[in-house]
Design a protein around this ligand. Structure first.
Ligand SMILES: N[C@@H](CCC(=O)N[C@@H](CS)C(=O)NCC(=O)O)C(=O)O
Length: 209
């Protein structure tokens, strides 16, 4: 498998999952916001053939090309059934895993991306600095919903009593929130710290540093 990625962006989710999985992979460092003529640019014509939006991550496995981080994480997990990335749980618990994962993508990460877009990703003329306050407001709202979804538990993990893809997504998304200077409650800073101490996360960090 070949993974195209950049630093601690959403591609880090896939890189970390690959390290958890034990599968063989090649990591190809890709640059964002560079001239499209640069060979490693995500806007280079050859990369756009893989990922029409010129974004990371992209996973290539034979004829299969995937360009959504969570689809890639799921694909890696399904290819590594003994990794524990997908928990062995009942169908209703699986539904809770799906619910939490889609919540993270659709609600929790959106204010982070809104801030990113209006800070650096969008063309300058369409950036709106007032969006930073809106993003903070929406993030706080999503945090309350997350508290409710996770419920009161003594477990270190989101689903059951072991690490799975939901923990990886949560930890990456809170790391992103911390890097983008959102107010992250201490328990979620601790969650990030705990999961980022995993050997696989540390190895993935070493790849991007
Ligand atoms: N929904 C996609 C989003 C991918 C995405 O927006 N990636 C960002 C980095 S985190 C990117 O490549 N941005 C470059 C750009 O917007 O031009 C996913 O989860 O993979």
């Amino acid at each position: 498998m070949k993974l195209y990625g950049m630093g601690q962006s959403r591609s880090f989710r896939a890189l970390w999952a690959l390290e958890e999985s034990g599968l063989d992979y090649e990591y190809i460092n890709t640059t964002l916001r560079t001239d499209s003529s640069e060979n490693d640019s995500a806007k280079h014509p050859s990369y756009l053939e893989l990922n029409v939006q010129g974004k990371v991550p992209t996973l290539v496995d034979g004829d299969l090309i995937l360009t959504e981080s969570f689809a890639i994480v799921n694909y890696i997990a399904r290819n590594a059934p003994n990794s524990g990335l997908l928990p062995k749980v009942s169908t209703p618990t699986y539904a809770k895993l799906d619910e939490l994962s889609y919540f993270i993508l659709a609600e929790l990460e959106q204010p982070l991306w809104s801030k990113g877009k209006h800070m650096f990703a969008l063309p300058e003329k369409v950036r709106i600095p007032a969006m930073f306050d809106t993003a903070r407001f929406e993030f706080d709202k999503a945090l309350k919903a997350l508290d409710h979804l996770l419920g009161e538990t003594d477990s270190d993990y989101a689903i059951g009593d072991s690490f799975c893809i939901a923990d990886l997504l949560l930890a990456h998304t809170f790391n992103w929130a911390i890097r983008f200077e959102f107010d992250v409650p201490n328990k979620y800073v601790q969650l990030r710290d705990r999961h980022y101490q995993r050997p696989a996360a540390q190895r993935a960090m070493a790849v991007v540093e």
